[in-house]
Design a protein around this ligand. Structure first.
Ligand SMILES: [Zn+2]
Ligand SMILES: [Zn+2]
Length: 308
């Protein structure tokens, strides 16, 4: 897999099954790679095997985001951390999740006599808001509606500077060369004739960064819509087909139609459905039901990278 390419943003599903793995599907885990930085969303059992199959590298992992404490979303975490330990990690690892995620990892590690040579930076959240940021990206969380307390995530790139207008800069008397770079970095420059040129005279409006949302496990809810507003790539669970709507409501899950309706409300550009009940050997029925409401829907295929 091509991991380090400027501007690259890709998502690989490491598991798309709900509740239990099948012979062809693993449990919830999504790998997002941006410019070589890797972020994981959920970590179901077996995630580290899929991680290796996908050609991902442990050394690139920047943070893990967990949605809720159901086993199919967290039981892969101890093994993943043990593999990180074996690769000699020293950099602290942020683990973002609901209350309880820290205790789960610490207690499991204690009971299996495992220690880590890097610090685990647990960030437990139960309110909407910012949960992670670095120079390039911002991640926000919002509660969802599940049987158990769950949070979804919105991963957003920071805005890019607007396009540099070479003709306008030249017309204003800026000499091609380092001054072009200074203007693009937001500095004011002085031309050979002593005129001042500001960045806003030669740069277009800032370009919006790309947005990926991750909404599982949940009933269709306002939280998913808020997280996925105008998202370029919306990931939403679709555990059941239409004929199991009552099961979905009762167990705090969505039908494919429910996921599609949330995508429509959010104004998302592309919807990926995942977290399929093992009863669906193929997700065809889920896909066609979702597409009847939101055409630009795909059923997540494991170990294939979706480029955004
Ligand atoms: Zn689940
Ligand atoms: Zn769950």
């Amino acid at each position: 897999m091509e991991e380090r390419r400027p501007g690259h943003l890709g998502v690989t599903f490491l598991g798309t099954s709900s509740g239990q793995p099948t012979l062809t599907r693993g449990l919830s885990c999504v790998a997002l790679v941006r410019d070589g930085d890797l972020f994981l969303f959920d970590c179901g059992e077996g995630a580290q095997i899929q991680f290796r199959k996908a050609g991902l590298r442990f050394g690139r992992l920047r943070a893990i985001f967990v949605t809720h404490m159901h086993g199919d979303h967290v039981t892969g975490l101890p093994g993943m951390l043990m593999s990180l330990q074996m690769t000699g990690r020293e950099e602290p690892l942020p683990i973002v999740g609901p209350p309880g995620i820290g205790e789960f990892v610490r207690e499991t590690a204690r009971m299996i006599f495992t220690g880590f040579g890097f610090s685990l930076d647990f960030r437990e959240h139960s309110e909407p808001g910012l949960v992670y940021e670095d120079d390039a990206v911002v991640v926000e969380a919002h509660p969802l509606e599940h049987r158990l307390f769950a949070i979804g995530y919105r991963f957003a790139e920071r805005d890019f500077p607007g396009r540099f207008d070479v003709e306008a800069a030249t017309a204003l008397g800026v000499t091609p060369g380092p001054d072009f770079g200074r203007l693009q970095w937001g500095e004011t420059v002085t031309t050979a004739t002593g005129e001042t040129v500001r960045p806003d005279q030669v740069l277009g409006p800032p370009r919006r960064g790309r947005v990926v949302s991750y909404c599982t496990d949940t009933r269709p809810c306002q939280g998913s819509v808020v997280l996925s507003r105008e998202a370029d790539f919306m990931i939403h669970e679709a555990t059941f087909a239409r004929d199991r709507l009552d099961d979905a409501r009762e167990t705090g899950h969505s039908t494919a139609e429910g996921a599609a309706a949330a995508a429509l409300k959010a104004g998302a550009r592309r919807l990926m459905i995942t977290h399929f009940s093992p009863r669906y050997t193929e997700p065809d029925v889920l896909l066609s039901e979702a597409r009847s409401i939101f055409l630009n829907t795909e059923a997540a295929a494991e170990l294939r990278e979706y480029v955004i």
